[in-house]
Design a binder for this molecule. Structure first.
Ligand code: AKG
Ligand code: FE2
Length: 288
């Protein structure tokens, strides 16, 4: 596996962004996209705890989420937001608060940031927040809806690994899902030899920085410290909006349905298919 550092930019014009990053689908970090946002100073753990601590939130339980059976892709339990924030500040934990649409409950928070002007077609309904404890790591995935994502991190740091969509075979993409089987943080090249060919990007996102994740980019996020981010999304293409809808249908109907009927056997079949696709590369490179 090889990684190139994601470039960090200031004063990037709309035109330069389009030419250098949006059109070629290349990630970039904006150091100053959030420079005038109130959120940059105001949004702290204490602020969220004091103002919104009594909201009940669904906590994502990664240990059960990907197991076959009735918990598959819906393993959550509920906590008070304040208790969750206390927990992640006091101890390392991989418990996360994922796609938290806090603005539905606290619309005043939308005044604390601005929709970026760097491109158009932002989906106004979908700003969401992500919280995680120290050490939390998201499995490598791409976003179902095929939007471009602008992810702004606050207060602490987090580490992100990214790969273009086309690298999916090297990453052991599990069919009918947007998930990959490999663990990027602990690569096992014996089990996953094709992973050696993967070429990606690496970034450490600091307070106030915004990462542009081009649509369908694979990403794995590692919380170096407890932290939180805001994501805003843009979808500037009908084709990719439709593909997003297809992904959502495929996920809810085919993948979840097959899991319900076949459980472990469905998971094993997807993994087998991921290996078959990755091994095609081996066959090709043996011939060459
Ligand atoms: O930062 C996170 O916890 C997850 C971010 C992510 O996967 C996304 O914005 O799509
Ligand atoms: Fe994501």
């Amino acid at each position: 596996m090889q990684f190139t550092a994601v470039e960090k930019k200031e004063n990037l014009s709309k035109e330069a962004f389009k030419d250098q990053y949006l059109d070629p689908l290349k990630p970039v970090i904006f150091k100053d996209l959030s420079k005038d946002w109130v959120a940059r100073e105001k949004w702290t753990f204490d602020f969220f705890e004091k103002e919104y601590g009594d909201i009940t939130v669904p906590i994502f339980d990664p240990d059960n989420y990907f197991r076959s059976g009735k918990h598959y892709m819906k393993s959550y339990f509920r906590l008070l937001f304040g208790d969750y924030l206390k927990l992640i500040q006091s101890t390392p934990t991989n418990l996360r608060l994922h796609i938290f649409q806090i603005m539905k409950e606290a619309p005043e928070l939308t005044k604390d940031f601005e929709t970026p002007e760097i491109m158009s077609d932002f989906l106004k309904k979908f700003p969401a927040m992500f919280f995680g404890g120290k050490g939390a790591t998201l499995r490598l995935h791409y976003d179902l809806d095929c939007s471009h994502v602008f992810l702004t991190h606050f207060q602490t740091r987090k580490e992100i690994f990214l790969f273009p969509y086309e690298q999916r075979s090297f990453l052991y993409h599990l069919p009918y899902t947007v998930q990959a089987e490999v663990d990027i943080m602990n690569p096992d090249y014996r089990k996953y030899p094709a992973l050696k060919n993967a070429n990606g990007y690496h970034a450490i996102l600091e307070h106030g920085e915004t990462l542009f994740i081009p649509r369908r980019y694979w990403h794995c996020v590692h919380y170096c410290e407890p932290g939180f981010s805001l994501s805003v999304r843009s979808n500037d293409s009908i084709r990719y909006t439709l593909l997003g809808l297809w992904n959502i249908g495929r996920h809810f109907i085919i993948d979840k349905g097959m899991n319900q009927f076949f459980g472990e056997r469905w998971l094993a079949w997807k993994s087998k298919r991921a290996f078959e696709k990755a091994n095609k590369w081996k066959l090709k490179s043996n011939v060459a």
